[in-house]
Ligand binder design. Structure first.
Ligand code: GLY
Length: 414
């Protein structure tokens, strides 16, 4: 199969590797624009616009396009490719509103009877104090647009909550204030084709920049899968109570979903509640989840794209655990420093890298992902941390506690 992966991050790097080398796969994989680490794919670094992507699909006669990031999906890339007769893994513009418009997502969840946080939107600076007075600490204040995970502030400090709301409004975006959802977070990725829902392994992201969940939110500093504290019954409950009702509602209202539906949940005293939905694979959870995918990923993504996911057999998973640790540039997430040389990056997944005069250099906030495998979560952590310790990038930093609470048995669902 000839497959084009759209995107350039570590998530897309993991997709490329799984599609090129995955069990049973002998695929010709291309990536646009791709990144310098994607040796398993032919990269097309000059391809960025929708017109260029359509032209490349025609030139290559691709069998399948897999869209990594949310922005092209929210802008309607999947619709444009489908209109050209190309099979695409990724939802339509209309269905991608589940991530692109929080108001749309809340409406779908309300109609589907799915538990989620109470929310109010603010569009005027003069309403900030009034709306925040309807909520209690910790305050959850979100940029109500696509902010790559960095638009969320969760704080006990009312003044900090107000300051973030004013900052987002000043940038021209609406603000969403939400009630805080208690309980450990779970990312459950599901292949969704209309009403057919196939869950992947549950994973957990670590969104704050520092150990013990300190410091500002980031795009994600590390993840592990599966979750030893989440049983198959728990996964089935998330599918039955959350994902399938949403998939059914989207079919019923004429926005059928096709692609990867990412349910970000908090499991508190009342069970799983939705923090957010995303319309694509998550980063960095994908790096861990796909490292354990034991079937031919390309067949599942193609079947989803061709509305025949229900015909596929169960996915095989490799035993053990995968831990992903993200190496971030100095200054990330506020002001990442770029252009510094990197050594020891062999075997890692690239995100913010470039090659300048033959030297690999940093070129973004999250620079590399390292994935460690092990029979136990502790072993997978040890493998990942041994590998990341060999990378040299001046001023870089990473969390040292990815998966630690779970390995120590400190997490559970109620
Ligand atoms: N893991 C967070 C995200 O992909 O949005």
């Amino acid at each position: 199969m000839r497959i084009l992966v759209i995107g350039s991050g570590a998530r897309e790097h993991a997709l490329v590797n799984a599609l090129a080398h995955g069990n049973g796969a002998g695929n010709d994989v291309h990536a646009a624009p791709g990144n310098p680490g994607m040796t398993a794919a032919t990269c097309h670094p000059d391809i960025h616009t929708t017109e260029q992507i359509v032209g490349l699909c025609r030139d290559l006669s691709v069998d399948l396009v897999v869209v990594g990031p949310e922005v092209p999906l929210v802008e309607g890339l999947a619709d444009i490719l489908r209109a050209e007769g190309i099979d695409v893994f990724g939802p339509s513009k209309s269905a991608a509103r589940i991530e692109g418009s929080k108001a749309f997502a809340k409406d779908v969840m309300a109609k589907a009877g799915v538990a989620t946080a109470r929310a109010e939107q603010i569009t005027e600076e003069r309403d900030v104090d009034e709306v925040l007075s309807h909520f209690e600490a910790p305050y959850v204040v979100k940029d109500d647009g696509l902010a790559a995970g960095k638009g969320v502030v969760v704080t006990e400090d009312l003044q900090a909550a107000k300051a973030h709301a004013h900052e987002v409004l000043a940038a021209g975006n609406p603000v969403l204030v939400e009630s805080f959802l208690d309980g450990p977070e779970i990312s459950l990725f599901c292949l969704v084709d209309g009403e057919t829902v196939v869950p992947l392994l549950p994973a957990q992201d670590h969104k704050r920049v520092g150990d013990n969940d300190e410091g500002p939110n980031t795009g994600g500093m590390g993840a592990y899968a599966p979750l030893p504290w989440v049983s198959q019954d728990n996964v089935d409950r998330i599918v039955n109570d959350v994902v399938r009702p949403v998939a059914k509602q989207m079919v019923a209202q004429g926005d059928p979903y096709s692609g990867l539906l990412y349910a970000g949940l908090a499991w508190g005293k009342k069970g799983p509640a939705v923090v957010e939905f995303n319309c694509r694979f998550g980063d960095p959870e994908t790096q861990s989840v796909l490292a354990l995918f034991g079937s031919d990923l390309s067949e599942y993504l193609l079947a989803t794209a061709q509305n025949r996911l229900s015909e596929m057999g169960p996915i095989t998973w490799k035993p053990g655990y995968a831990v992903t640790v993200v190496l971030a540039a100095e200054g990330y997430p506020e002001h990442p420093i770029k252009g510094d040389p990197i050594t020891g990056a062999e075997g890692t997944l690239h995100a913010g890298t470039a090659v300048v005069d033959g030297q690999l250099v940093s070129n973004g906030g999250r620079v590399l992902s390292v994935v460690g495998l092990g029979e136990t979560l502790e072993e997978a952590r040890a493998t990942a941390y041994e590998q990341i310790s060999r990378i040299e990038l001046r001023g870089s930093h990473y969390r040292t506690d990815i998966g630690r609470k779970a390995a120590e048995g400190k997490l559970s669902v109620q």
